[in-house]
Design a protein around this ligand. Structure first.
Ligand code: ZN
Length: 243
């Protein structure tokens, strides 16, 4: 079987402008994620904001089963025509894994149909505990029911986002806030997983449980099993109509 084709998209600005972030992700967040996905057997490419067409040409998207998205400080610089192009591919079945601050990206807002940028946040490096609330979900395969991240940015409810089709993980933070941290949505023929952790100044994407969740999410979101779908006027009956 052909490997699942993953494109890891990163805005790639913090790592080039902030020394503290560059120390955590010297090759950029995208290359960190790409490396462990590659090791897990996926066919992985990366794309970044400052490449022509943000690295997301029609050819690249047509050759992508699952698109990972990390963005934060430059959501507004993502061109609307590229957002539309990604949106069309999701409607046609491409999977998406939206990470951390990607909740406020143009593509997430378009896919959610709401202003999903609204939430509480605080950056004091407090402890986060992720709890499995759907333990049999394929995204949690091989994982414990409780995942501790020692230092993270806090995101707190209320998170203004449509109710997910499946709620997989919730977070507790040391400061007492809670958050829906692992959310599954179907949009068109595509599947989307939103995963909260991943602030740029903490080494979140090196943690083994986080890697496993993202590997599982790539498998889950892949449209590899998608049958050919037809719609519209259907002149030929599937069986002989009863008379
Ligand atoms: Zn952050």
């Amino acid at each position: 079987m052909n490997p699942i084709r993953v494109t890891v998209w990163n805005e790639y600005r913090h790592e080039r402008t902030e020394e503290a972030v560059a120390r955590v992700y010297p090759e950029g967040i995208h290359n960190c994620i790409a490396a462990f996905l590659r090791e897990a057997g996926f066919a992985v490419r990366t794309a970044t904001l400052d490449e022509p067409e943000h690295g997301l040409t029609q050819e690249v998207l047509d050759d992508t089963d699952v698109l990972f998205w990390w963005g934060h400080m430059a959501h507004g610089e993502v061109k609307d025509e590229i957002v539309e192009r990604v949106y069309r591919r999701v409607m046609d079945g491409m999977g998406m894994v939206v990470l951390h601050s990607g909740h406020a990206s143009k593509i997430m807002q378009k896919l959610m149909g709401t202003n999903s940028g609204e939430l509480k946040w605080r950056e004091i490096g407090e402890k986060e505990i992720l709890w499995a609330v759907s333990p049999s979900h394929p995204i949690l395969r091989g994982l414990p029911e409780k995942i501790v991240i020692e230092h993270e940015e806090m995101y707190g409810e209320f998170f203004n986002i449509p109710d997910p089709d499946e709620l997989v993980l919730i977070s507790w933070f040391g400061g007492g806030n809670v958050f829906r941290s692992g959310l599954c949505y179907k949009r068109g023929l595509g599947k989307l997983f939103y995963f909260r952790p991943g602030h740029e100044s903490f080494p979140i994407y090196y943690q083994k449980e986080v890697k496993q969740i993202l590997i599982n999410a790539a498998n889950w979101a892949s449209p590899a099993q998608l049958p050919t779908i037809t719609t519209g006027h259907t002149p030929q009956p599937i069986v002989e109509p009863a008379r």
